[in-house]
Design a protein around this ligand. Structure first.
Ligand code: ADP
Ligand code: ADP
Ligand code: ZN
Length: 214
């Protein structure tokens, strides 16, 4: 199964994709995670992306398209994947279509996680993740069971993203509304667009997802 998750920053794409990865045995492809790994490694791509990401803007399409194309060719993607944070612009959506057609692949589901803009500041400023395993948490909505200890791996080191501050949220939301939402019509025409209520609790959103995916 191949699916695309849409939703503004903080909607819960990563949270839900990680769950689907476990339950459906398909790999999560987060362009944000890939870019952060490039930044940490100090690669050429990382150097190009760092300041753009910190400002909350979008990294140029050609860099992103090359990165995801290489990733989809890897062995672990052959049984399916969840695209989290890609495509984010019309050219990216078109490049994805061409890329998949060339490989004889098709997208099965496109799901938009719908949330109110007003809720996003809280979602984003409260977000942190485990350094050991990448598990995602929230100061208020998804605390570790034991304070300061990761539920998944027992790790005690956590990180907050450099771009997760109130200042970038409005820039990121604007990028979403201006550059990403216009892609929906492209998938609507293909009859693929579906949606879930992302304002519901995390478990309830997962249930809505599972109902759509069957
Ligand atoms: P995205 O990948 O769309 O940017 P995340 O999955 O990282 O979003 O979620 C953003 C933050 O909000 C995280 O701290 C996560 O724990 C929390 N979160 C995710 N889904 C929900 C939800 N349905 N209700 C409340 N908090 C949520
Ligand atoms: P969010 O939690 O806001 O959904 P992501 O982790 O998906 O964030 O992305 C973080 C940042 O990485 C974005 O603000 C942008 O700078 C960059 N980025 C991630 N995916 C893409 C993409 N498909 N196209 C352009 N830039 C991207
Ligand atoms: Zn962990």
């Amino acid at each position: 199964m191949k699916l695309i998750l849409f939703g503004p920053p903080g909607a819960g794409k990563g949270t839900q994709a990680r769950r689907l990865q476990e339950t459906h045995g398909i790999v999560q492809l987060s362009t944000g995670d890939m870019l952060r790994a490039e930044v940490d490694s100090g690669s050429e791509l990382g150097l190009q992306a760092k300041e753009i990401m910190e400002a909350g803007q979008l990294v140029p399409d050609d860099l992103i398209i090359a990165m995801i194309s290489d990733r989809i060719d890897q062995e672990d993607c052959k049984d399916g994947f969840i695209l989290d944070g890609f495509p984010r612009t019309k050219p990216q959506a078109e490049a994805l279509g061409a890329m998949l057609a060339e490989k004889g692949l098709d997208i099965d589901h496109v799901i938009e996680i719908k949330v109110d803009d007003d809720a996003m500041v809280k979602r984003i400023t409260g977000r942190f993740s485990c350094d050991g395993c990448g598990a995602g948490y929230h100061d208020e909505f998804q605390k570790p069971k034991k304070d300061g200890v990761c539920d998944q791996c027992g790790g005690t080191e956590f990180t907050r993203r450099a771009d997760d501050n109130a200042e970038t949220v409005s820039v990121r939301l604007q990028a979403y509304h201006e550059q990403t939402s216009p892609i929906f019509s492209y998938y609507k025409e293909k009859g693929l667009m579906e949606e879930v209520d992302g304002m519901a609790e995390i478990d309830a959103v997962t249930e809505q997802m599972n109902a759509l995916l069957g």
